[in-house]
Design a protein. Structure first.
Length: 118
């Protein structure tokens, strides 16, 4: 009997659990890779389809690009596991954006209507 394989120190995992954990992540990355390849094929195919006018073609291309960028950001940049922090940053951004827009609109109401006197 091999004494090295029978001993598991506290805080470590057996090799089978580590391999399973690793293969789960590899499968996820391969799925995202194949989805990105499929998105590229969709992008190329959509470029040959006349949708009627240029604005619709651009909108379709942007929608596909946003979907692909979301996959990259979520999985390869690991942002999908940082939801709480991302939502907090988005809330602060929205708060300050609305505040700045309010200040801009409020500053226009402070100007007198007739500033030119004759």
């Amino acid at each position: 009997m091999d004494t090295h394989s029978a001993q598991v120190t506290p805080g470590t995992q057996p090799h089978a659990a580590v391999d399973e954990h690793f293969s789960h992540h590899v499968r996820r990355y391969l799925f995202v890779f194949y989805a990105l390849l499929f998105g590229t094929l969709i992008t190329v195919g959509a470029s040959y389809i006349p949708f009627g006018n240029r604005e619709i073609n651009i909108a379709v291309a942007l929608a596909i690009a946003i979907a692909k960028a979301s996959l990259v950001a979520c999985y390869f940049m690991h942002l999908i596991s940082e939801r709480k922090m991302i939502y907090g940053i988005m809330a602060f951004t929205a708060f300050f954006f609305v505040g700045l827009m309010f200040l801009t609109i409020w500053s226009f109401s402070d100007f007198p209507r007739n500033t030119i006197t004759h």
